[in-house]
Design a protein around this ligand. Structure first.
Ligand code: 3PG
Length: 394
């Protein structure tokens, strides 16, 4: 794919797709601006070369409705604190008023457009909507790594309606790191997967079985694998309709000679709200109890595997880590990954939050800005947004 560095930018108008889908609190204060900061190298590069930049993003899931709580205005305000140039804000992302503002924008200045998802055509990958987005732009630059797994109008269709479409520095960096996981990873390669649902992780597990030496499973998803083996998992969260698939994945891992680790002990309680928990190391999980974290013996095993790895990919918590009684497993994995000298890549809101909570975020080779996107990249080795940039070159 083309890089932003391949574009001749002087006096050109650039439609810059970013992922400014940041967490907001109930008063619409930004809780974490990492995604805004992650786009600054590309934005700064464009402005330094005199481009006029129209910045577009989605925020939340307003589903085609113009809902004020999903406005990008607070994000535009934060951006104006982070860059020296003034930051304009348009009340929509298409239409005559917006185009008037775009045409009037001086060189080396920024106009942030309102939430793309206020229009249902965005998620429908509508070609006419895509054409309207870039009517006043010469080039399209995609730096929205976190949204590259969505074949939406501003990610996919849009590339057909500009002279050139290129990747920004963040997209390039994310893809470079993830390629080191999926293409010839340095061995041993340990993949750590957690979270509630196996169903979200099936394609990634399938591909990792072909690539990884060790797959470490935590979180409620482990209990669908246990249920698939006929074990009594008590009240643990199990996706009953996925047990056949889980059994098939276990068989595939065995055939491939991959070490597929499931928890060997379990922190159990009556519910995630309980303030007391106990550790059990064999099945059945007592009636009325559910597993909410990996136990200390599992932590020991997982820590050793992580220590030996040369490549680590981690996505998903080991338990209900927001609640203190069930946080130890995820905290221990965060510390073990941070303590490793391997190439380490972490994606997913919860795993990243665990790194910040432990204060070890600087000890990771690469923290992805896209939880879903990084997972899908590891599963499919490309993404719709990346594919669209590559197609444009053909
Ligand atoms: C994310 O937060 O993962 C991206 O911004 C994509 O958002 P979405 O899951 O609402 O498409």
């Amino acid at each position: 794919m083309l890089s932003v560095q391949d574009l001749d930018l002087a006096d050109k108008a650039v439609f810059l797709r970013v992922d400014f889908n940041v967490p907001l609190d109930e008063r619409r204060n930004i809780r974490n601006d990492a995604r805004i900061r992650a786009a600054l190298p590309t934005l700064g590069y464009l402005l330094d070369r005199g481009a006029r930049v129209f910045v577009a993003s989605h925020l939340g899931r307003p589903k085609g409705r113009r809902l004020p709580e999903f406005s990008l205005k607070p994000v535009a305000d934060r951006l104006s604190e982070l860059i020296p140039q003034p930051v304009g804000f348009a009340l929509d992302c298409i239409g005559e008023d917006v185009e008037r503002m775009e045409v009037a924008l001086p060189p080396a200045q920024v106009l942030v457009l309102e939430n793309l998802r206020f229009h249902a055509q965005e998620e429908a990958n509508d070609a006419e909507f895509a054409r309207s987005l870039v009517r006043r732009a010469d080039f399209y630059v995609n730096d929205a790594f976190g949204a590259c797994h969505r074949a939406h109008a501003s990610v996919e269709a849009v590339t057909r309606f500009v002279k050139a479409a290129a990747a920004g520095f963040l997209v390039e960096k994310e893809v470079d790191y993830l390629n080191r996981v999926v293409r010839d990873p340095e061995k041993p390669f340990a993949a750590i997967l957690g979270g509630a649902k196996v169903s979200d992780k099936i394609p990634v597990i399938r591909n990792l079985i072909r690539k990884a030496d060790d797959i470490l499973i935590g979180g409620a998803m482990a209990y669908t694998f246990f249920a698939a083996q006929g074990l009594d998992t008590g009240r643990s969260l199990v996706e009953r309709e996925k047990t056949d698939l889980a059994a098939e994945l276990l068989r595939q891992a065995e055939t491939a000679g991959v070490n597929f680790y499931l928890p060997q002990d379990h922190v159990v309680a009556e519910s995630a709200e309980a303030d007391a928990a106990e550790v059990i190391s064999s099945f059945p999980i007592p009636a009325g109890r559910m597993a909410l974290d990996i136990g200390p013996a599992t932590v020991d095993t997982y820590r050793k595997v992580i220590q030996h790895a040369r490549t680590i990919f981690w996505n998903g918590p080991m338990g209900v880590f927001e609640a203190d009684p069930f946080a130890s497993g995820t905290d221990a994995v965060a510390l073990a990954v941070a303590g490793s000298t391997a190439l380490s890549i972490v994606g997913g809101g919860d795993s990243v939050a665990a790194l910040y909570k432990a204060g070890v975020q600087d000890k990771i080779s690469h923290i992805s800005t896209g939880g879903g996107a990084s997972l899908e990249y590891v599963a499919n080795e490309t993404l719709p947004g990346i594919q669209a940039l590559a197609e444009k070159l053909k």
